[in-house]
Design a binder for this molecule. Structure first.
Ligand SMILES: [Cu+2]
Length: 177
């Protein structure tokens, strides 16, 4: 049955081409601007294996939440890190959804004007106060997200810019040395 044999060979060639395509089409998470987006979640929980307490100077443990109906917080295990890859373990310890945004800016973290953003009031404008160099997106109550980004030396503000949250205290200065 020569026909069957040819079919098998064809399948083998197709499989080889597919695996080749898989190798060449993979791309990293680093963007053209030189910083990466959210790190892909590893197989094992990063919090369990390398979380709070286990990190070096390039690891920052972040807690977010609310202390009262009018006050919210961002806690950092360190307010500085060496230049290069910095990994933030961001845990929402509150009951509302938060986010964690890293803004590169010369402006002190507490001094952004609340001019509105993306059509919503009570937010600062991420396009004018500095450069957004990475963010977690929404972090739900009780959730932990990991943000690994490459940071150059300079001043940063780490914030939550959901409506009202910046005003209620969700901002901290952060320095890369
Ligand atoms: Cu928030």
């Amino acid at each position: 049955m020569g026909g069957g044999r040819g079919k098998l060979l064809g399948l083998a060639v197709a499989a080889a081409l597919l695996s080749l395509a898989a190798c060449t089409s993979s791309t990293g998470t680093t963007t053209a601007r030189g910083f990466s987006t959210l790190a892909p979640l590893p197989k094992a929980s990063p919090v369990a294996s390398a979380g709070p307490g286990a990190g070096g100077p390039d690891v920052v443990v972040v807690g977010e939440g609310e202390t009262s109906p009018t006050q919210m917080f961002i806690d950092l295990s360190a307010n500085q890190a060496p230049a290069g890859k910095v990994t933030f373990f961001v845990t929402n310890r509150g009951t509302e959804t938060h986010e964690f945004v890293v803004m590169q800016t010369d402006t002190p973290a507490a001094n952004f004007p609340l001019t509105g953003f993306e059509g919503e009031k009570d937010r600062f404008n991420e396009d004018t106060v500095g450069v957004n160099v990475g963010e977690t997106g929404d972090v739900k109550a009780g959730q932990t997200k990991v943000l690994s980004i490459t940071l150059a030396p300079g001043h940063y503000a780490v914030v939550c810019n959901l409506p009202g949250h910046y005003r209620m205290g969700m901002h901290q200065d952060f320095t890369v040395i």
